[in-house]
Design a protein around this ligand. Sequence first.
Ligand code: PLP
Length: 408
Amino acid sequence: MSQFTPHHPALLRPYSKPANPDVIRIVRGKDALVFDDQGNQYIDGMGALWYCNIGHGRPEIGDAVAKQMSTLANYHCFEPFTSEPAEQLAERIKALAPVDNARVFLTSSGSEAVDSAMKLARISHVQAGRPERTLIVSRSRGYHGVTYGGLSAQGLPLNQAGFGPLLTDIINVPADDDEAMATVFVEHGEQIAAVITEPVQGAGGVYPPTDGYLATLRRLCDKHGAFLIFDEVICGFGRLGRWFGADYFGVRPDLMTFAKGVSSGYIPMGGVVVGAKVLAGLEADPGFLLRHGHTYSGHAAASVGAMVNIDIIDNEEMIARGAAMGARLGAGLRSLADDNIASHARGVGAVWAIGLNDGVDSIDIRNKLYARGVISRALPGTMTFCPPFVTTDAQVDHIIDALADSLK
Ligand code: PLP
């Protein structure tokens, strides 16, 4: 039976074919399960869209958000105002993040976070007397969102096609090629504002970095005076088995973007952890006005929601649970490759992908998985998995069995 039903045409859906009428309408969720309006149940093997770390249907977040909303849903944080929940969330994230003497800039999404990080890097150099540092260096396969900064920086050309002209002053280098990166620094070292990379490339297909690659980036940035931005929109808040990808790889960035797992998607939230070197530029002139920020930067109700999510991750040892779940999932995926029904598995912690054998159509596998009650994401030659940390052993085993069935 197909899981698809006709959609309501008023909604122009994101990352969808505008002319395709077939949809799946998810209406309810509990822990790692979601349910559609036809009565089908699925294991949410993607944590929705790489975001639902704590699992679905936790009432505590809604309760806390409702209380904040009935007191004051939001009051903006443009000068001279601020918001107590935003201040508390910033304190909380500052305490967790492996970034020295940081401050936290808040947004409502990952794309806003990435564009903010790029702008903060550039303006900090300007304020520090280095206006020539405008270049942003990024990696192929990287995904950094859809607004023009992140769109221009990302390394997935299909996403960029037709939206040009994109930002200038972006250099995209082959993903794991130390030499290509070193060459860019030799040729443009004095003009580089920042290097941006995901610790593990996620939406591009789940590619962990090669050994030592991120440390090499850190060394190059230090040597040449550029900032290092980790885009932790997927990796942050426990996905790799530590609070942040920076912790997992033992490399400290100057700027760190986050979204998704900060609120597990219960309410839109994102932001940038801004480190001391970047702040030095921003804070140098007491008269400098940072003319950047969104209406909802520091949204009070959203900040409360994110804080309850972080409490749940912390108090319920969610990160260790996610790591154990991910280890079982990774082992299962590797066993499919060992049986030669797939090519290989890639991943770290609780984010994984399986490379398909030549000639296998990922959309076909995705649909077969839907019919077997499992949600995965299809990329060319790849199926990705990013389940909630609360996914049970039996559910992980069901994902693997359904995948084996679909691939055979
Ligand atoms: N950066 C990374 C690493 C992401 O994975 C994403 C989304 O998948 C984004 C940025 C963009 O986030 P959003 O879709 O919330 O704008």
